[in-house]
Design a binder for this molecule. Structure first.
Ligand code: UTP
Length: 275
């Protein structure tokens, strides 16, 4: 059973400066909801109630968001605006949130390792809230948990991308398993390769299910691309033992860590509310 979800949210979000100078990137709203709330809702829908968040300096707004604001509640009680807090209040009631700080931003792999104290020795999900995913049926994390239950190893969500964008992603190589169209046993993975060196056009997006042995591997992982400790490098160790499945998810993903993706998501969700 996957019972916990880790949200690495300590990055600087430099692509959104100056907005992210004093506001966490994960708190930027698509319509009226911050990115991280979409992520928490996705986890809860996948039956995960324990949320573990990796924060850093300047990220306190995330903790405040998942807490009650008595003054605000008091102000809008019995007014026409009270319903605007219903969704977030329900999340707060149903989930528990714990936090730990990444003191030095040494990369996504290091952020995940920082989460070990919150996760312990069990398989766990990871959501990067700046990848906003949506699907009309089962959400992406729920789909991945089903895959995990079948294969019992680490799972990465993948998407086909234009070949000239491989330098933005971890890219996998693998072979289809079980006569499926969307499940691959990973044989290789490379972090942010130039298109000429990319093993395929299948890119890892911000959803993972990881087995807890990843922590020991991360402890031994040296800084890689960009001088950061990369989760892709640690996953490659598991992949060499045949223990990583890549799953081509059903649904849509918006790269809300980039301005273009953020605007696209905003338009998509806006049109959905109108349509
Ligand atoms: P990104 O590569 O998007 O980096 O991190 P970033 O700092 O958030 O944004 P830019 O590139 O400067 O605009 C991917 C995910 O990993 C987390 C980020 O918060 C984001 O969810 N992360 C990254 C950490 O938690 N710690 C790190 O040291 C690095």
């Amino acid at each position: 059973m996957v019972k916990k979800c880790l949200f690495p949210a300590a990055g600087y979000g430099t692509r959104f400066l100056p907005a992210t100078k004093a506001t966490p990137k994960e708190m930027l709203p698509v319509l009226t909801k911050p990115l991280i709330q979409y992520g928490v809702e996705e986890a809860l829908e996948a039956n995960i109630k324990t949320m573990a968040v990796i924060t850093g300096r300047g990220k306190r707004a995330i903790e405040d968001h998942f807490d009650i604001s008595y003054e605000l509640e008091h102000q809008i009680k019995d007014t026409s605006k009270e319903h605007l807090l219903t969704e977030i209040r329900s999340l707060i009631e149903k989930c528990t949130f714990s936090y730990t700080r990444q003191v030095e931003m040494k990369g996504l792999g290091h952020a995940i390792l920082t989460g070990e104290t919150l996760i312990g020795n069990e398989p766990f999900a990871v959501i990067l809230a700046d990848d906003l995913c949506t699907n009309s049926n089962d959400n992406v994390l729920k789909q991945m948990i089903e895959i995990y239950e079948k294969y019992q190893c680490s799972i990465v969500a993948i998407e086909e991308i234009p070949k000239d964008e491989t330098h933005k992603y971890g890219v996998i190589d693998g072979h289809l398993v079980d006569n499926t169209e969307d499940v691959y046993r990973v044989t290789n993975m490379v972090e942010k390769p130039d298109s000429k060196d990319a093993p395929s056009n299948m890119a890892i997006i911000g959803r993972y299910i990881l087995t807890p042995d990843i922590f020991d591997i991360l402890r031994e992982t040296s800084p890689g691309k960009g001088g950061e400790i990369q989760i892709t490098d640690a996953l490659l160790e598991q992949a060499k033992a045949g223990k990583v499945i890549a799953y081509k998810f059903k649904g849509k993903r918006f790269d809300c860590g980039s301005v273009d993706g953020f605007v696209e998501a905003t338009n998509y969700f806006y049109n959905k509310t109108k349509g």
